[in-house]
Design a protein around this ligand. Sequence first.
Ligand code: PMT
Length: 217
Amino acid sequence: LKILITTGPTREALDPVRYLSNRSSGKMGFALAKAAQAAGHQVILVTGPVCLTQPEGVSLHRVVSAQEMWEKVQALTLAESPEIAIHAAAVADYRPKAVQDQKIKKHSESLTLELERTPDVLGSMRSIFGFKGYLVGFAAETENLIAYAQGKLERKDCNLIVANDVSRSEIGFDSDENEVVLCFRSGKVEHLPKQTKETLAQEILHRILVESASSQA
Ligand code: PMT
């Protein structure tokens, strides 16, 4: 199958030297890409800025901002028609409304930034990009994990949300291990215990492949 995966953070520029970003390392998405490639699938990986090396046999596309990720995913969805899309990227929800041409100088004691919403990559998959395949989102939450994840499942018209509790420092962002709760559209909820992102990626991928095959049958 053809599988599109997004991963990593995005960077939203404030001026030529500064940006807003988050703690995503890209490890979860790269682990999913490697697992899918090893299982014989054709993998298209779109990543924000990360310090990870290109997995062999994977088609890698590097982007920086949420806007660039949105445009790249739209182009790849239209050109490649993937059967499965997995959005593990931690895309910024807001960006500075104005990007300064010159470095901001420290003239005053305080500085107020005005932010605006970024485009929603996952939320555009069906409504704007016309994606018809099996759609998987991630959710990073610090409270009400399952309820918030189920809200995202509905709003973004996903088949599955992989929910991460990012209030725990030993799992989630930037760690080598993770623990997730899978929230399926059917209402089924499954907990996958703490393990390396590599083995977890295999477990998640296995369930996606089983569910996507049965949803097409
Ligand atoms: O990269 P790692 O260090 O391995 O850590 C990543 C992780 C293990 C925490 C990861 O797997 C994870 O949870 N990634 C998604 C984090 C996130 O941004 O969640 P969210 O709840 O803000 O977003 C929900 C979903 O909408 C995600 O699928 C996200 O890709 C998508 N989204 C969000 C905003 C936006 N503008 N566009 C989007 O597509």
